[in-house]
Design a protein around this ligand. Sequence first.
Ligand code: PBG
Length: 308
Amino acid sequence: MVAETRLSVHDLIWPVFVHEGAGNVAVDALPGVERFSIEGLVEAAREAYDLGIPAIALFPVVPAEKKNDDASEASNPHSLICTAIAAVKETVPGIGVIADVALDPYTPHGHDGIVEHGDVVNDATLAVLCKQAVTLAKAGADIVAPSDMMDGRVAAIRDALDDEGFENTPILAYTAKYASALYGPFRDAVGSRTSLGKADKRSYQMNPANSREAVAEAELDISEGADMLMVKPGTYYLDIISKLRDVCSLPVLAYHVSGEYAMVKLAAEKGLFDGDSVMMEALISMKRAGAQAILTYAARDVARLLKA
Ligand code: PBG
């Protein structure tokens, strides 16, 4: 009766992996998570829609031979991700499809941008991201979500989308994306961990020691035309969610990332605690901090629990 915060299925966004192969394949690093075939993805999207989950966020597993330094596959209209978006929108039009804008699935080094002389180059990357965003919108993506953290990308992508007639495609900006070690299992799932090797993304992702800087990032994204802001990871950065919620009027979303999910699942497998309860507690903590929606690999499981 007196709960200030409630978790509902409407708060959930389900990140899902899609691969080129036939059949769904379990991701070892993420118990309960699969790489879906296109067919499996469509089935999963239908189930998610029937459960009331408003949107899925798609991530492609791209074979090594399609990766190159220009990330040209990122703007191929016949790519896996474009085929996947079109298949979902054709069969389950009611579910929102969020498509990631970043080059890491498409580059052999696993960085989110174009690399020259060993460094990610911001401005050369922007042009490629713009092409990628337009390609995703043309394929039918309802929302594009730049996760690359280049400076100026929201404005550049907004202009590119508007020029191509996609004025109504919103941008979900990964506003405060920290250079976190918690992305490890995700990188296993999409196969970018070995490409990245010992390199890190600290030249473009944020320093975990900083919170005021997140406000600066939010101000930039808002002024550039973002429609929604995201904080990532989620539970380790509750103060950032809360801060952005206080100082910005745009919706703030949180991403409960792969490492946060995996810790709960693996500890539960060891019998340390009840996994469902801890997962719920993690999600409600982000909601309490101010997140209006939460990306979580547990979305389908949690939606089933909420319904039961
Ligand atoms: C890359 C991207 C990453 C995640 C989402 N998009 C990894 C990274 O920045 O290396 C991580 C998500 C997760 O860990 O669940 N653009």
